[in-house]
Design a protein around this ligand. Structure first.
Ligand code: PBG
Ligand code: ZN
Length: 328
């Protein structure tokens, strides 16, 4: 059977029909909001390449989160930001039990016990060289880093984090973190692993926000090579073997093919990270009046769902939640 018996346009005739046959939906429950927290009081410093995104001190973060909770956004992911003089060779701030992330987690969970608090587990925001692990010469020492990542994850769990999300791309980190969490009695704290994380140029604005750019070299010896696709399946498979509960593809836009493959291959709960450079591009075009921001962003976030994402980490979480509310 074909035209004129079949007419695809019949089911596109009006919004009611389109809605009825719509395959994928963006919901507020899909969104995770990334936040940057920094020491001090009354700090609310906008990231210049990310309009609308701030470095907050804990008091200001608590104010900001009220609307996140009111909008029904289920979760946040917390990143720590330190001044240069507070960093060291071994990223001590990452696993300091009274460090900035640990304090923030405690206070956020205190004020908003039902908000899902995820922590990014990495060293790059806390090392003076800006690498995601311990540096020996020019080598980011994989095995020596594992212990510190595990220590970081445990300190987050002790502070009350609901989930930990390792973003460093060291081999074996998921297993090391799982074992350490279990030894400390955190058997029910899930690991969301940044499993297919690429050495991407789209992280530029984040590194400005977090002050975490590597001081020498780049991250290509530990993050994935952008042209690779089969390798993403192996990376993700390994993380699953090591005990990852949720896997992730990062960045999002240029890697939707990877998202689809990973979802199809494993059927695991899959997150996508709509990263800082993607946010910056939309904001820049919107501020120039070149795109309809709301429509373009909602279309893009829905496309992540279509490509296989179960959840979306996005700096647009608050705005998207507001837009979704308007649509009802
Ligand atoms: C830290 C980390 C980065 C991002 C999340 N966790 C930066 C990096 O790997 O250099 C990027 C997030 C973004 O660009 O929005 N390892
Ligand atoms: Zn890192």
């Amino acid at each position: 059977m074909s035209f004129p018996i079949i007419r695809m346009r019949r089911l596109r005739a009006n919004e009611k029909i389109r809605c009825m046959v719509r395959e994928h939906h963006l919901r507020v429950d899909d969104l995770i909001y990334p936040v940057f927290v920094t020491p001090g009081q009354g700090v609310r410093k906008e990231v210049s390449s990310m309009p609308g995104i701030y470095n907050f001190s804990i008091d200001e973060l608590l104010k900001e989160l009220q609307q996140v909770v009111d909008l029904g956004i289920p979760g946040i992911i917390i990143f720590g930001v330190l001044d240069e003089e507070e960093k060291d060779e071994v990223g001590s701030g990452a696993y300091d039990e009274s460090g900035i992330v640990q304090q923030a987690v405690q206070e956020v969970k205190n004020k908003f016990p039902h908000l899902l608090v995820i922590t990014d587990v990495c060293l790059c925001e806390f090392t003076n060289h800006g690498h995601c692990g311990i540096v020996k010469g020019n080598y980011v020492d994989n095995d020596a880093t594992l212990e510190l990542l595990a220590k970081t994850a445990v300190s987050h769990a002790k502070a009350g984090a609901d989930m930990v999300a390792p973003s460093d791309m060291m081999d074996g980190r998921v297993a090391a973190i799982r074992q350490a969490l279990d030894e400390h009695g955190f058997v029910n704290i899930p690991i969301m692993s940044y499993s297919a994380k690429y050495a991407s140029s789209y992280y530029g604005p984040f590194r400005e926000a977090a002050g975490s750019a590597p001081q020498f070299g780049d991250r290509k010896a530990y993050q994935m090579d952008p042209p690779n696709s089969d390798e993403a399946l192996r990376e993700t498979w390994l993380d699953i073997q090591e005990g990852a509960d949720i896997v992730m593809v990062k960045p999002g836009l240029a890697y939707m093919d990877i998202l689809r493959r990973i979802k199809d291959e494993f059927g695991y709960p899959t997150a996508v990270y709509n990263v800082s450079g993607e946010y910056a591009m939309f904001k820049a075009a919107a501020q120039n009046g070149w795109i309809d921001e709301k429509k373009v962003v909602l279309e893009t976030l829905t496309a992540f769902k279509r490509a296989g994402a179960d959840m979306i980490i996005t700096y647009y979480a608050v705005e998207a939640a507001q837009w979704l509310k308007e649509e009802r």
